[in-house]
Design a protein around this ligand. Sequence first.
Ligand SMILES: C[S@@+](CC[C@H](N)C(=O)[O-])C[C@H]1O[C@@H](n2cnc3c(N)ncnc32)[C@H](O)[C@@H]1O
Length: 272
Amino acid sequence: MKLLAAFALLIDLRAAIQAALLPTLYALWLEPLLLLRPTALSRTFMAYVWAAFADVVDEGGREVKADLITPNATGIVLDIGAGHGHTINYLDRSKITKYVALEPNTLMHHEIRARATEAGYSETNGTLLILSCGAEDTESIISSLRVDDQPPLCDTIVSVLTLCSVPRPEEVLTTLARDVLKPGGQLLFYEHVLSPRSDVAWWQRFWTPVWKTAFDGCRLDRPTHLWVQNIKPRDDSVAPALFWRDESRAWGKPGEPEEHLFWHQTGRFVKA
Ligand SMILES: C[S@@+](CC[C@H](N)C(=O)[O-])C[C@H]1O[C@@H](n2cnc3c(N)ncnc32)[C@H](O)[C@@H]1O
C-alpha cells in the first residue's frame, strides 16, 4: 500500500482538530465538569466536527445514497445515527409515514428537527420521532416504537456511516433485524468497512485506536457488510441465508480506489 494512502487520514484528522478543538475548549471552559464526563466531552467535539463536515461528507456519498435510499425507503423509517438528518434529503416524502431519527448526540437534535420540519415531518402529528438513545439500547428503541402493545415493526432501517461507532454491532444488528424490522422490510446501509486487502486492513487496524478516540468511537476495522449478510434467524435450524431474501446484496462505491482506508460498502437487505 502506498504510504500516501496509508497516512491520508491525518489530513482529515488535522482538519477536524482545526474545526472543533477551539469550540470544544470553549465549551470546557464554560462547563469544566465535562472533563469528568468523557462521553459528553467526546460528543461535544464530534458535534463541532459534524457541524463543519456533515455537508461535505454528505456530498461525497450523494450518488450512492440517492440510488440506495430514494427508490427503496418506505413506511416507517428508522435512521440510526441520524447526525444532522441528511437521510431526510433522500427520502421520498410521499412514501414515508414516519421518520424516526435515532441520535444519541443530543447536540445534533436541533439540526434533525429543522431538516425534518422543512421536509414536512412533525412531532405533533406523529410523523417525526427523535430518540436520544444509542442503537445498542434496543430495549428503548423497541419500547419507543411499540404502539398499542403491537410489536414495533419498521419498514426500513437506514444506517449511513454509523455502525462503525455502535458498541456490540453484531448483536445490535441482529436484534434490530430480528425484532424491529418487519418481514419484507429493508435494511439499507452505506458504511466504511474493513477492507478485504490485508495491507489496507493492517493500516485500518493501526489507525483505529487514534481515530475512535477522536471521533466518538468510530472504528475503521469492522466488516459490517459481512455481519449483515450473516444475520441468522432466531431458530438455529433455519439456514442463515433464509433470513434475507435472494435479492439482498452488498456492493462497493463506484470509482473508489481499493487502497482507501475508508473503503465503503452499500447494502440493501430485504427480510424474508
Ligand atoms: C458519521 S456520523 C453520520 C451521521 C448521518 N448518518 C449521516 O450520514 O449524515 C455518525 C453518527 O452516529 C452517531 N452515533 C455514535 N454512536 C452511536 C450509537 N451508539 N448509536 C447510534 N448512533 C451513534 C453519531 O452521534 C453521529 O451522529
